[in-house]
Design a protein around this ligand. Structure first.
Ligand code: ME8
Length: 691
């Protein structure tokens, strides 16, 4: 029986929509899960959403929604996004799931049963960052004039003044954690993050941790009563971290489920370095206190940045939508799937796991043209063209005598391919996709050189009897490569295997007797006419991609039109749909052409069958209210809009939307669920001109 493989991503906060940073973690986890599945391992892959806490409660209130309504709107976005970018075979957990809530309560009870002194009541006083949902000491914050700012969010933190709270005796676990890390060298990976945690534990030690809040209600109720009668909800990180365990439990929430015992000790928690401490300190300490097994590894990766700024919600100009990026890269006959594969390849190849990486179009196009179009694309095209051209007269066939002859190009390619199956697998076992791809591309280079060396076209002309063997070697190495690219380039792999006459799901090529690996089952159809999988991105194409992607994230930074109709499914978005490039500076006369007016929303109602649209009537002081159709239904409940003052572009030509004529556009910032309507800071009459 093989060892189970269990990989998790962080569960993402629902106050954001998925961006390239979230996609990176999920894509790496997907690639690793695919690899282990290909090797026949019992594989489990978990992602999901983190839905409780103060910031969700506040965001919902602002929008006139209940927290449950807000999370129900946003959580499916992550699931949809992962489907759009081809993430496969995952389970999706939400912390509002009933089973999860039971498991969190059971974990609490278990800690109290085993270590009654580990959870106790007192009062908390100190700084709290709502963005991180974390408590900070002043040494962890940045002083900015009068206020203390969160180092991550660069915004002031909140002072919590003597809030009654349950505490967890984290201080007791400094030594047990250090001991565990010493005994399990792979517990925190890569090394630099392990060093960081060890040094933190050794130098600073741990203080007890507040694990409940009373000043808001959106969370899992603390299972034990407070003798003073306060209602506590469990601290959002204790709740969230438990997801990795709760998904393995049965509906009754019992902690000792068969799946938990089977998979959890093998868990690899893939995370961004921003949440390292929560995972490598709090989480194992909770588990130790409860007497439960610890995960196998905390695997931290670095941050993706844009122009040096971390891709994040608070930096809208950095927010690249993964589905838009994949759509923009959807070139060539396979369209969107190649866009996804190219994005996956870039993310996994460009940066060794653990390091930060700056997203640039230059490096993206460089990788695309050099690695995908030139190296892999050319190999595929040349090999298949040669095989299909000559196969009628020289059907590919192995010639043992040529291998037996030892040192020759055929033998070298064979040995190289065999070694690659091991080297690439080893790197993937170590969760190092970038190094795995480096190894794999060495084999691709070797196969390209094999064609140059053997010159099958010249062999055909000379009727060389070694040609069938040469074609066979090419076919065989291509098949091996097609299998091994599957974790990172699943669509490319499937297409290529199809062209090679292999319709079975991808599986890892295994070595047999020191050199031979599992053989491709069928011969290539001789009339196969391969198309160019990755066309080279020329300058006009590159410009279109930049506009499609950069235009999209620039829109997040400025006032996005709120009445933009729901976008067509992104998966179908061709590069041609790129937005025009942002205009340069405009003159006052240009600006004066815009008639911006204050409007007051009189009525608001959903538009049947259009989840994102609201049908509004807005008073612009013209006697007859205007009909405006706005794409803001995901952010606002209709009732929350009635009576609101908004800014309307009043001289926009009317447009038909969902069967209604929209007679203006409402200004808003942000997108979809995380959207704010532009505000008017004074009670001015409807129709007042905004200048
Ligand atoms: O922290 N580069 O959720 P979150 C790389 N709910 N990865 C990035 C990234 C970037 N610029 N930005 C985000 C939370 N990520 C908690 C987690 S787990 C029990 C609770 C990825 O929505 C990265 O994996 O803020 C990071 O750790 C995660 O998204 C943070 O997601």
């Amino acid at each position: 029986m093989t060892t189970p493989f269990y990989i998790t991503t962080p569960i993402y906060y629902v106050n954001d929509v998925p961006h390239l940073g979230h996609a990176y973690t999920t894509i790496v986890a997907d690639a690793l899960a695919r690899f282990h599945r290909m090797r026949g391992q019992d594989t489990r892959f978990l992602t999901g959403t983190d839905e409780h806490g103060q910031k969700v409660e506040e965001a919902a209130k602002k929008r006139g929604l209940t927290p449950q309504q807000l999370v129900d709107q946003v959580a499916p976005r992550f699931d949809e996004c992962w489907k759009q970018v081809g993430i496969d075979g995952y389970r999706f957990i939400r912390t509002t799931d009933a089973k999860h809530k039971k498991v969190v309560a059971n974990l609490w009870h278990r800690i109290r049963e085993r270590n009654p002194e580990d959870i106790y009541l007192t009062t908390y006083q100190g700084w709290y960052c709502v963005g991180c949902e974390a408590f900070y000491t002043e040494s962890q914050l940045v002083k900015d004039g009068e206020s203390w700012n969160c180092a991550v969010h660069k915004r002031p933190v909140e002072w919590i003044d003597k809030e009654r709270s349950w505490f967890f005796k984290l201080s007791k676990y400094t030594k047990p954690l250090l001991d565990h890390i010493a005994a399990h060298p792979d517990f925190i990976r890569p090394q630099q993050y392990k060093n960081e945690i060890v040094s933190f534990l050794e130098k600073e030690g741990l203080r007890d941790l507040s694990i409940s809040r009373t000043s808001f209600a959106w969370g899992i109720p603390a299972p034990d009563p407070d003798p003073e009668g306060h209602a506590h909800v469990i601290y959002v990180w204790m709740d969230a971290l438990t997801n990795y365990y709760s998904d393995l439990c049965g509906a009754d929430g019992a902690l000792e489920s068969a799946d938990a015992m089977k998979y959890f000790p093998h868990a690899i928690h893939l995370i961004g370095k921003d949440i390292l401490r929560f995972h490598s300190v709090y989480w194992p300490a909770f588990l130790m206190a409860a007497g439960l097994p610890l995960p196998k590894s905390i695997l931290a990766h670095g941050w993706w940045t844009v122009r040096g700024e971390k891709i994040s919600k608070s930096m809208p100009a950095t927010r690249i939508d993964p589905a838009v990026l994949a759509g923009a890269l959807a070139v060539g006959p396979l369209g969107y799937s190649i866009g996804i594969d190219a994005m996956r390849y870039y993310l996994m190849r460009e940066v060794p796991l653990g390091n930060d990486g700056d997203f640039t179009f230059e490096s993206l196009f460089g990788r695309f043209n050099a690695d995908l179009a030139n190296d892999l694309g050319n190999l595929v095209n040349r090999s298949l063209t040669l095989i299909s051209k000559f196969a009628a007269d020289f059907p590919p066939a192995e010639d043992q005598t040529l291998f037996a002859a030892g040192e020759n190009p055929h033998w070298q390619l064979e040995v190289h391919a065999f070694q690659a199956t091991n080297l690439v697998a080893k790197e993937l076992e170590l969760c190092a996709p970038s190094k795995a791809l480096e190894q794999l591309w060495k084999l691709i280079g070797q196969a390209n050189r094999y064609i140059d060396q053997t010159q099958p076209w010249a062999m055909a002309k000379a009727k060389d009897p070694a040609l069938p063997h040469t074609l066979w070697c090419l076919q065989r190495s291509l098949w091996t490569i097609a299998q091994m690219i599957a974790p990172v380039l699943p669509a490319t792999s499937q297409t290529l295997l199809g062209w090679l006459g292999d319709s079975a799901p991808a599986r890892w090529p295994e070595g047999v007797q020191g050199r031979v690996f599992t053989l491709a089952p069928a011969a290539i159809a001789t009339d196969a006419t391969p198309s160019v999988l990755f066309p080279r991105l020329d300058e006009p194409m590159q410009a279109k991609i930049v506009t499609a992607v950069a235009g999209e994230y620039a829109a997040g930074a400025s006032a996005a039109p709120a009445d933009t109709p729901a976008p067509a499914p992104k998966a179908a978005k061709p590069v041609e749909a790129a937005k025009p490039e942002a205009a340069g500076p405009i003159t006052y006369d240009d600006f004066a052409k815009l008639e911006l007016r204050v409007g007051k929303v009189l009525t608001a109602q959903p538009v049947p069958k259009k989840d994102r649209l609201l049908h509004l009537t807005v008073d612009l002081g013209e006697g007859k209210p205007r009909t405006i159709v706005a794409g803001i239904a995901e952010a606002y409940k209709p009732e929350a809009l009635v009576g609101k003052q908004v800014i309307v572009v009043a001289n926009l030509a009317p447009r038909k939307l969902a069967g209604l004529t929209s007679e203006g556009m409402i200004l808003a910032a942000g997108d979809e669920a995380i959207l704010g309507l532009s505000a008017v800071d004074a009670d001015v009459p409807p129709g007042t001109r905004v200048r």
